[in-house]
Design a protein around this ligand. Structure first.
Ligand code: HEC
Ligand code: HEC
Length: 245
């Protein structure tokens, strides 16, 4: 199943990254430039992010942050905040030094700027208003079940076994490692690199509404085990309109 491959690739990428972080920063010496002074966004991205998000911001195990639809809904401030603080309970760790990571604030800003500069393209959502990045209302899992049947089951199946075109997104183990915002982001932007449609094209000609998306996420989240660490991570702030850049 594709989803298992993606999860396995993510685990591999994590161990590779943890593996190279273990020795810590190289000791300062005349021949080793201070790593804090590196501001080359491409280099920083390839060293810190490409392992999970893909060399070109797509085809990675984790969400495609180089997708122009993603860059149309997520503001720089949102991205900087996620990169700095991470998403507790998931593979997305905190990168800012003040949060225990390896990067300065200037490096985080350089990476985010570089991502937008290289891959942002506002024509990806020309003529449409994408759904807001964060949920603006409470979700209803029961309505979400119906929305799931309409918009998702054709590919993901109606249970934990997955479906004809994609793996299960109801698997408790999978849901233990992804936040509600992580789910929302993928429902909005899809995974075009793996033929997963964005919010407009799950059912061609019938784009999902903001409420459909919120309800589907509530339905999926209702399958997450109560013990999952992401359960305890701070929810994405409501009422913050997305779409700003
Ligand atoms: C036309 C087929 C199709 C439809 C409809 C569809 N998806 Fe997908 N989805 C995919 C494919 C293909 C993938 C990537 C391969 C995989 O994860 O199995 C994917 C991936 C995902 C992922 C990421 C899985 C991961 O590895 O992190 C999530 C979450 C997801 N879909 C949720 C949904 C939800 C929720 C809906 C309904 C609102 C939906 N999808 C509708 C085909 C589809
Ligand atoms: C070990 C794998 C891994 C690495 C390395 C990694 N990420 Fe992530 N990233 C993830 C996962 C998994 C998520 C989804 C977390 C969730 O469930 O919300 C994520 C989420 C994100 C998001 C938020 C997506 C959204 O929902 O809006 C951004 C932005 C992001 N990562 C940027 C980066 C950048 C920039 C780097 C490098 C500095 C990086 N990531 C490194 C795994 C990783």
């Amino acid at each position: 199943m594709k989803i298992r491959l993606i999860a396995a690739a993510l685990a591999l990428a994590m161990s590779a990254i943890v593996g190279c972080q273990l020795p810590g920063k190289p000791p300062p010496g005349p021949e080793v430039p201070n790593p804090d002074t590196i501001l080359d966004s491409k280099l920083l991205y390839s060293q810190n992010c490409a392992g999970c998000h893909g060399a070109d911001g797509k085809h990675g195990a984790a969400v495609s942050i180089g997708d122009p639809v993603y860059l149309a809904i997520a503001s720089d401030d949102t991205m900087k905040s996620v990169v700095s603080k991470g998403r507790p309970g998931t593979a997305m760790s905190a990168f800012a030094q003040k949060e225990g990571g390896m990067l300065t604030d200037a490096q985080v800003a350089a990476i985010v700027h570089g991502i937008r500069e290289r891959w942002g393209n506002s024509s990806a959502v020309a003529g449409v208003t994408p759904p807001p990045y964060t949920a603006t209302a409470a979700g209803d899992a029961q309505r979400g079940e119906a929305a799931y049947g309409k918009f998702c089951a054709s590919c993901h199946g109606d249970g934990k076994a997955g479906g004809p075109k994609a793996g299960s997104v109801m698997d408790p183990a999978y849901l233990s490692l992804i936040t509600n915002q992580g789910l929302r982001t993928i429902v909005i932007i899809g995974r075009p690199d793996f033929d997963a449609p964005d919010w407009r094209n799950n059912v061609p000609g019938q784009p999902m509404s903001d409420q459909d998306i919120t309800d589907v996420v509530a339905f999926l989240a209702s399958h997450r085990p109560a013990t999952a660490a992401v359960q305890n991570s701070a929810p994405a702030p409501a009422n913050v309109p997305g779409g700003s850049q």
